[in-house]
Write a protein that binds this ligand. Structure first.
Ligand code: L34
Length: 246
């Protein structure tokens, strides 16, 4: 919706991934001034189409649109972002069909590097519905001791410095500095920010933190591609569920 330049890049990357794995994808690039009703009509049309297994409304939406209402209009079976209340509720209960793409992509990275979560101090900076909150829940499901920090947290630096696994999802360029990171910690950078020169960077001051931690994800080339990989996984799962294929 509209012409957010970052969304343009992310959606293009998603389309390329669909092509690479052999999924049919359709893009509806609706103009900024599109009404809520027009958008809801499109979602309803896609909900009804048997040849569409996954629907994703790239966020953020232009200000005049109600993103909550749009997300709730998506058929939960086609909600490959896992943003719908039904899917969020299922995740809380630990019985879900899909996981939200970014947090699930982070868990996949931890698994593939054999990084144990159980019993570890996990600190998530940021409490968004898209990343912070579900990220904390997934770490909890794997028996991490989880702290969620946010803009009102007192002694944020000290809380972060306790983390064995630190996940930064604040949206502030290079926010996490070396003094906020424990020696040997695992640092996951969910940020997609621009530095003072307009260059893409993360929420972590990579150059200063990299020698202190045991693992760190770069930006770009870290969490972003994992988000997209999880979207492909969710879409395949949605297609299987809708067609009763195991
Ligand atoms: N509905 N809205 C919905 N679902 C999502 O899962 C997202 N998100 C976030 C923003 N809005 C959304 C994404 O798709 C963030 N996000 C996303 C997806 C892909 C990338 C980054 C964020 C990505 O491909 N990052 C590349 C660099 C991109 C660039 O060059 O700017 C990387 O290597 O990290």
């Amino acid at each position: 919706m509209g012409d957010d330049p970052a969304s343009r890049v992310y959606v293009n990357n998603k389309k390329k991934a669909c092509e690479a794995v052999g999924f049919m994808s359709e893009e509806y690039a609706l103009p900024e001034h599109t009404s809520q009703e027009e958008l809801l009509n499109l979602v309803n049309t896609l909900n009804k189409r048997d040849d569409i297994n996954g629907i994703l409304v790239q966020l953020p939406l232009p200000k005049h649109l109600d993103d909550k209402a749009v997300i709730e209009a998506i058929d939960p079976k086609k909600d490959v972002d896992a943003f719908h209340a039904v899917n969020v509720g299922k995740i809380m209960l630990g019985e879900y069909d899909f996981l939200p793409c970014t947090p699930a992509g982070v868990m996949e990275m931890l698994h593939s590097y054999n990084i144990e979560v159980s019993g570890k101090n996990c600190v998530v900076i940021g409490r968004s519905n898209i990343v912070g909150k579900p990220m904390a829940m997934l770490l909890l499901h794997e028996n991490g001791t989880v702290t969620i920090c946010h803009s009102r947290t007192r002694n944020l630096a000290e809380a972060c410095a306790q983390a064995d696994i630190l996940v930064a999802a604040v949206g502030i360029p290079k926010f996490v500095k070396a003094h906020m990171v424990k020696e040997g910690a695992v640092v996951i950078d969910v940020g997609m920010d621009r530095d003072e020169n307009g260059k893409l960077c993360g929420d972590v001051d990579f150059e200063n933190v990299k020698d202190k931690c045991s693992f760190i994800t770069p930006v770009p080339g870290g969490v972003g591609p994992m988000t997209i990989a999880t979207l492909m996984k969710n879409t395949l799962k949605a297609a299987k569920l809708q067609n009763n294929v195991k």
